[in-house]
Structures are given as structure tokens and as C-alpha cells.
Design a protein around this ligand. Sequence first.
Ligand SMILES: C[S@@+](CC[C@H](N)C(=O)[O-])C[C@H]1O[C@@H](n2cnc3c(N)ncnc32)[C@H](O)[C@@H]1O
Length: 336
Amino acid sequence: MDATIVPKVQKHYPVLLKEIISVISPQHGGTFIDCTFGQGGYSKKILEFKNTNVIALDRDIESENIANQLKDNFENRFVFKNIKFSQLNNLKLKNENIRGIIFDLGYSYTQIKDPQKGLSFESGGELNMQLGLNSYSAQDTINKLDEKKLEKIFKFFGDEKEGKYIARNIVKERLKNKIDTKALVKIIDKTKKRKNFKVHNATKVFQALRIFVNKEISELIFGLINATKVLKKDGVLGVVTFHSLEDKIVKHFFKSLSENKSISRYSPVTKQAETLFNLKQKKPIIPSNEEISENPSSRSAKFRYVIKKTDFYNFDTDIQDQFRNLIEIENYGDEL
Ligand SMILES: C[S@@+](CC[C@H](N)C(=O)[O-])C[C@H]1O[C@@H](n2cnc3c(N)ncnc32)[C@H](O)[C@@H]1O
């Protein structure tokens, strides 16, 4: 999905819905966690199967309106929690029979259309970018963080080659005026020497700011860790990603735990070299041409999944070490 362009499609399409349902098999019943409820596309479909329960999460309180409709229809089988998915372990699910946990990362078309959220450089809204339950906005970031830190955010979260010069010009400009969405786009346009006619000049910087403001890397890493804990044996953990950074994290996490990691040293089980996940498919599942032509925003979606092989709660993973530099950059937000 393009990070910040308002999609032309004006209808909600749950991405890769058919493929995900076929992988998580709700026809056998059980409890499923929809970590990114959004418009409720996945939750609704799962609830169509008898004997299923859904626990849905979303950090955006506006999702609750749609969740309330589902609550009316599936009173005893559906709960919604307005929390970040990194907090999944606080839901006391250790003894629940969780059969599947799904993440569909990013934002929905209603969020990108909402000028108050300020996700898009096209929406003309505030420079906000908070999806919900945040501590600071893109406005705070651009107007308060020092030049070197801004440069790193643009480089590591947006792969913006000219981030250094953009950061320099932001810092110069903000001495004169507070920077809003329009002003930021203008600075980027003026700074960038490499013009790309296919992608808007501001795309990479806007993607980087959205990742930083919502701490998307830390959210994903702790979301994956906590989802792994609460899932039951033979349960499916699946993630839909939309950009390469997210996909790299998911791919590493799934691959490393499908190879040769051992059960946590805190666990009473002492078996060595036991793999925790079964990775059925190395390559991600991607949308069909038919889905892409109906919903072009789905074109960059990648779905990866694993199956939990045994019951365990605590486990060892190197995921935090592997992506420590990115977590540290997100932690610049602590000073805002
Ligand atoms: C792409 S939409 C999900 C669409 C959904 N699958 C559907 O079919 O309607 C992503 C949703 O995840 C939510 N989200 C993003 N990061 C989150 C996080 N860390 N914790 C909880 N929700 C999050 C967003 O607010 C957004 O509503």
C-alpha cells in the first residue's frame, strides 16, 4: 500500500481474506484474536462460522463503533478491546484455547481519508499521524527532535536517501515558523534533487513519520512475542505486511523460531533444539491479480504464517537484538 496516498477505492476490502480464512480454518471452531480489527473484515468472516469466538483489538477508538454492531449480533462470541496489540499479554489469555492470531498491519482507508489523523500529504489535514493511544504526534516530532535524529528516522523508516538535507532544511525552517503538513511537503519538494515521477516526493518521509509516531516496529516485535506466548499448540499465527521493513521482521521471527531455537530456560521443559514453529510455506502468500484489480491498495500485501508446534508460554528469541537499532530510534520519542 502506498504509505500516504489516499486510495481511489472508496470501499473497504479485507486484504487476502479468502487465503487467511483457509489458513486459520475457523470451521473447526475455537477462539481467534484479530489484532487489527479496523473495519472488522476478518472478525465478521470468522464469526460466520459456528462455535467460533473472536477477541478483537484496535488502538483506534473509532473502530469501536463497528465493533458495537458486531457485539449486537454476536453477543457472547465477540469482545473488542481498545488496546495496542503489543499489550496482548495483559489480557490474561494464558489458559484460553487460542486457535489463531492475525495481524493486518498499517491503517484502513477510513483512517487515511480522515483529515484529523493527518496521515496523508494529500488530505491537507494536520501533521498528526496518531492512530490512537499515542504519546506524541508528527507535529511534535518535526518541530522538536534534533536534526540528526530526524535524519535517522527518514533513513531507517523511510529509506529516504536525501533525509539528511530534508532534516537540515526542517530545522532551518522551524526557527521561523511552526511546520505543518503543507509546509513539510514544500520543504521536501524544494530539497529533493532526485525526482521520481511515479512516487510523490513526500511518500518516504511521511511513511517514516507514521512508523515513528506509532512506534510500529516496537509494536510489531512485542506483538509477535506476546502472540506467540498466548497461542495454543497447533494454532496459527499470521501477519499481513505492507512494506519491506515489516516483512523483514516477520520473516526473521518466523524463520528463526522454525529452525533450531530451544524452549525458554525459564520453562520446566528442558528439551533442547526443539523448533517452536512449523513454517509450512517459506514464500509469502500474495494477492491474486483479481484481488489487485479490484483493490489496487492490496498490491504490496504479503501474508506469512506459522503453526505453533507445542504448548509453551515463555521462550527465547533474538528478535529484539536483531532490530535493536530500530527500537532505539523509536525510543527517541521518549524525549517528546
Ligand atoms: C489495515 S487495518 C485492518 C483492517 C481489517 N483487517 C479489516 O478487515 O477491516 C489496520 C488496523 O490496525 C490498527 N492498528 C495498527 N497498529 C495497531 C497496534 N499496534 N495495535 C492495535 N491496533 C493497531 C489500525 O488502527 C487499523 O484500524
